[in-house]
Ligand binder design. Structure first.
Ligand SMILES: Cc1cc2nc3c(=O)[nH]c(=O)nc-3n(C[C@H](O)[C@H](O)[C@H](O)COP(=O)(O)OP(=O)(O)OC[C@H]3O[C@@H](n4cnc5c(N)ncnc54)[C@H](O)[C@@H]3O)c2cc1C
Length: 460
């Protein structure tokens, strides 16, 4: 371990911002409460439109109606979570949204399948026929059921592609673009809901509210995922100004532009970057800001992990760039305590490097632990030492492969020993998913509360 301590007084630091004050951010608890209230309202809609139940067939059919309504609601919530609505992205954080989306996806698929089975079975019992015969009748003579069945199949296909056993076998882009079929699925299933759903056939108010929900989410997708990036590209005119090698396989790319303070980006956040050059223009990848954002430039630092990231070292100054963002909740706004511990694993140093420079802190209140497999791989070593000296912060490089180290240097016990008053720190944690999960467990064991730990994994 190498420790670097301060020698000079820190200069004033600050994050450039737009003139309009702090950017709004939604509280995760409030977002979950809103989603829960929506689910309860959907149940109330069924309750309101349902007379007394009579017989087994009726019970099954109504269980099918409830699961169908909740599935229709679940699909639109899943899409809304990925609409990249700025206050939600800022307040909840992209990786937590992705986790909610993935967990919600499993429940929603369960509801879709349960809906199809229960409705078919319930109708079959009531009509005294077989389930197969009833399934055929539904497909053949009920309006839009065929389209809804295709929608269900698309959703199941997306879920299969996202399953743990399948996902690693697919290219990221294949998996990503498959998700666009959920938009088609939502559109295909929509008319079936009005044509066959008893709640909507009898209530104009329910039809209006449901349409408003779907239209609102559709508008958010169109605005935040397509119109906003195009407007930002025109307004800020981003271009690569410099590409610099930082360590083996790691480059920094400096991107210049106009009026960048209007983006209200903060240290710790990331953008999805699209470089308009041959071979790269068709895909956008998330990279965090590796330095506090400035009015005229942003910097990212990228480790070669595959085709896209490897190609960045060949970027030429002048290349046009489209940046979608800023996203992410790993910012100073999450902080509650005076003392801050930053823990980075590998290239997870990028957002923490920016935070080390810009988080307001008194001398001695900031500590950075940087876990790398060898000191040779430590990116920004000199920069980190300079910032630490200027800000009277401490930097620990924890170098070495796991089998070379004596015990776990990031265990709760070791962290408590190395960081005096650990329990009184806010901890910002960034790195590969395995490392962030393991260190979170250690911190909780050491007595920290979950709300003291702010983390981001470089994987969705
Ligand atoms: C919020 C966030 C911030 C990140 N910040 C940085 C950073 O500052 N520096 C850095 O070096 N890396 C960062 N990454 C990781 C980086 O995005 C991936 O390493 C990069 O996209 C790999 O793409 P590739 O085509 O080179 O490799 P591939 O071989 O295509 O992919 C390697 C792995 O990266 C992931 N990946 C690929 N494309 C994407 C994508 N568009 N979105 C999400 N994940 C993808 C996949 O899980 C894949 O398994 C960040 C990731 C996230 C999610």
């Amino acid at each position: 371990m190498t420790a670097v301590t301060a020698r000079r007084d820190p200069p004033p630091v600050g994050v450039p911002r737009g003139g309009a004050g702090p950017a709004p951010r939604a509280r995760p608890g409030a977002v979950l409460a809103l989603i829960g209230a929506g689910a309860a309202a959907v149940l109330a809609l069924w309750w309101h439109g349902t007379p007394l139940l009579g017989g087994f067939g009726d019970w099954l059919t109504n269980a099918g109606r409830i699961t169908g309504l909740e599935a229709g609601y679940g699909v639109i919530v899943l899409i809304a979570l990925m609409a990249r609505i700025p206050p939600v992205e800022r307040g909840v954080g992209a990786d937590r949204l992705a986790r909610w989306h993935s967990m919600g996806g499993r429940y929603t698929i369960g509801l879709v399948v349960a809906h199809a089975l229960l409705i078919t079975w319930g109708y079959a019992v009531t009509a005294h026929t077989t389930v197969t015969h009833q399934a055929w009748t539904l497909l053949d003579s009920y309006p839009d059921v065929l389209a809804a069945t295709a929608a269900g199949a698309l959703l199941v296909m997306t879920a299969v592609a996202s399953a743990r056993a399948v996902r690693p076998r697919l290219r990221y882009e294949t998996w990503y673009y498959l998700h666009f079929y959920t938009y088609l699925a939502a559109a295909l299933a929509f008319s079936h809901q009005f044509a066959d759903g008893a709640e909507f056939m009898t209530s104009a108010a329910a039809r209006v509210a449901w349409s408003a929900l779907y239209a609102g989410v559709g508008a958010a997708i169109a605005w935040f995922r397509f119109v906003t990036p195009a407007r930002q590209a025109l307004r800020h005119r981003l271009r690569v100004t410099k590409v610099k090698t930082e360590a083996p396989g790691v480059v920094s790319v400096v991107i210049g532009g106009r009026h960048l303070e209007e983006l209200r980006a903060e240290s710790g956040q990331f953008f999805r970057w699209r470089f308009l050059t041959r071979g790269l223009w068709w895909t956008s990848s998330p990279y965090s800001l590796s330095a506090p954002p400035r009015r005229d430039r942003l910097r990212i630092t990228v480790k070669a992990a595959g085709g896209h990231s490897d190609a960045l070292r060949g970027l030429r100054p002048g290349t046009r760039v489209v940046a979608e963002g800023p996203y992410g909740a790993l910012t100073g706004a999450a902080r509650r305590r005076r003392k801050v511990l930053l823990i980075a694993g590998g290239v997870g140093i990028t957002p923490l490097r920016a935070l080390l420079e810009s988080l307001p802190a008194a001398p001695g209140d900031l500590t950075l632990i940087y876990r790398v497999s060898s000191l040779r791989d430590a990116v920004f070593r000199r920069e980190l030492e300079e910032i630490a000296a200027r800000r009277k912060a401490r930097v620990w490089f924890v170098a070495g492969r796991r089998d070379e180290l004596d015990g776990n240097p990031l265990s709760g016990g070791e962290l408590t020993r190395r960081v005096p008053g650990l329990i009184d720190h806010d901890v910002y944690l960034c790195g590969p998913p395995g490392l962030t999960a393991a260190v979170t467990r250690e911190l909780l064991d050491a007595g920290l509360r979950r709300r003291q730990i702010h983390r981001e994994s470089f994987a969705f």
